[in-house]
Design a protein around this ligand. Structure first.
Ligand code: LMR
Length: 393
């Protein structure tokens, strides 16, 4: 039986992580996987997280099972973080999931149960694992135009034209903020226009919100999701706490399914069923850290301040890199890096240039020229700018 298995295509991001580790050069620079690094190159545990864990260690009296959907207090705290005051709670069903990937996978399974004929529309490009999960589950998908490599911005006319050809009941996957891999995001006006198209064509939006707080701030980054929650009859949202709480390995995510209030009980039952079928109970330690922080004003303020420091640090690095490139190249070709938001920017250079930067300068970025801004620091920005100028000019 096992001999029948074929090798799986390697995950490009994880493969890059492995080759970075194996590279013996001392001056190598990791701009691959989306993990936040401080100026010393560490991924520290946030102090609010440490304090929440200490509190949990003292106060927890059991490790018995929670609910199939996870701890209800987590769902409530996350609902408020993601949706703010928007939307009636009686329309929202939710399950805790192993990270944002788990939320996406459960969302895809839910779509397949509810409407097996639906095609999922994904941005060109999108996070490679979206595509891999859609392929693995045999879910039909097509791409809509999104990134304009010549401007480094969003090809909004192309996106609108493509979404206007979707059929009723199709699902449109949108990145809530900090688009991965490009860093190019919709404006509030564009979110409103997308909301109109979704309504007109009776499409169902699915939002992947993996970087709330890394772009323009916690509320601003949820703005698109909240516009959809206010305007759409149905909406799926997968949110991750991996990045904004820095608890990657704890696997804290959540899937929200918003629909007609009369359907909520059945939707919740289906979500619980999906958890039961796939892994029974979702991870609990990460969600409990998140709930502890969000429900304690002092810890929450401390977390927000730390998150804000990370966010403003990434913005400063963006500006620094764009400035260095403008000086070296004497043109504004890469100015879009300063306009992008979140962890990533896509440089828009060919794979052979990306490979040359890895080979000649020890700089690791994903083959599509996505770089993790948070992997940089004030010392490495000029090194990267020099490598880009030498390789791509
Ligand atoms: C990334 O895009 O680098 C992150 O979301 C990590 C991952 O799992 O791919």
């Amino acid at each position: 039986m096992l001999g029948n298995l074929k090798d799986q295509p390697a995950d490009k991001i994880l493969m890059l992580m492995a080759s970075y580790r194996e590279d013996p050069r001392d001056d190598k620079i990791d701009l691959g996987v989306g993990v936040y690094k401080d100026p010393d190159g560490n991924t520290p545990i946030m102090s609010a997280v440490k304090k929440a864990e200490e509190r949990l260690l003292k106060s927890e009296t059991t490790k018995s099972y929670t609910a199939l959907s996870g701890d209800p207090a987590y769902a409530q705290a996350m609902r408020e973080l993601v949706f703010g005051e928007t939307g009636a709670a009686d329309r929202v069903a939710a399950i805790a999931t192993p990270g944002g990937t788990g939320a996406f996978r459960q969302g895809v399974d839910l779509i397949r149960m509810a409407n097996p004929g639906a095609t999922i529309w994904v941005s060109a490009p999108t996070w490679p694992n979206h595509l891999s999960i859609l392929k693995t589950t045999g879910t039909p998908f097509v791409e809509y135009r999104y990134f304009d490599a010549t401007t480094g911005g969003v090809d909004f006319d192309g996106m609108v034209a493509d979404l206007n050809s979707a059929k009723e009941g199709d699902v449109v996957l949108l990145h809530g903020c900090c688009h991965n891999p490009t860093g190019a995001n919709l404006t509030a006006d564009q979110w409103h226009r997308v909301a109109e198209i979704l309504l007109e064509r009776k499409l169902v939006p699915m939002v992947d919100l993996a970087y709330q707080g890394f772009g323009d701030g916690l509320d601003d980054d949820a703005q698109g999701t909240r516009i959809l929650a206010e305007t759409q009859p149905e909406l799926l949202v997968g949110a991750s706490c991996s990045k904004n709480f820095g608890i990657y390995r704890e696997r804290a995510g959540i899937l929200f399914a918003i629909g007609d209030a009369s359907d909520t009980k059945t939707v919740q039952g289906n979500l619980n069923h999906l958890n039961r079928q796939n892994y029974s109970f979702p991870p609990d330690h990460g969600p409990r850290i998140v709930t502890t922080i969000l429900n304690d004003p002092q810890l929450r303020a401390e977390w927000q301040a730390e998150l804000e420091e990370m966010r403003s640090g990434m913005l400063a690095l963006r500006k620094h890199l764009a400035d260095e490139l403008r000086q070296r190249l004497n043109d504004d070709r890469f100015d879009f890096i300063a306009r992008h938001r979140g962890m990533f920017s896509r440089l828009g250079v060919d794979a052979d240039k990306v490979e040359a930067m890895r080979r000649d300068h020890g700089i690791y970025m994903v083959g599509d020229s996505r770089l993790n801004i948070a992997g940089l620091n004030a010392r490495t920005v000029p090194i990267l700018a020099e490598a880009i100028a030498k390789t791509c000019a």
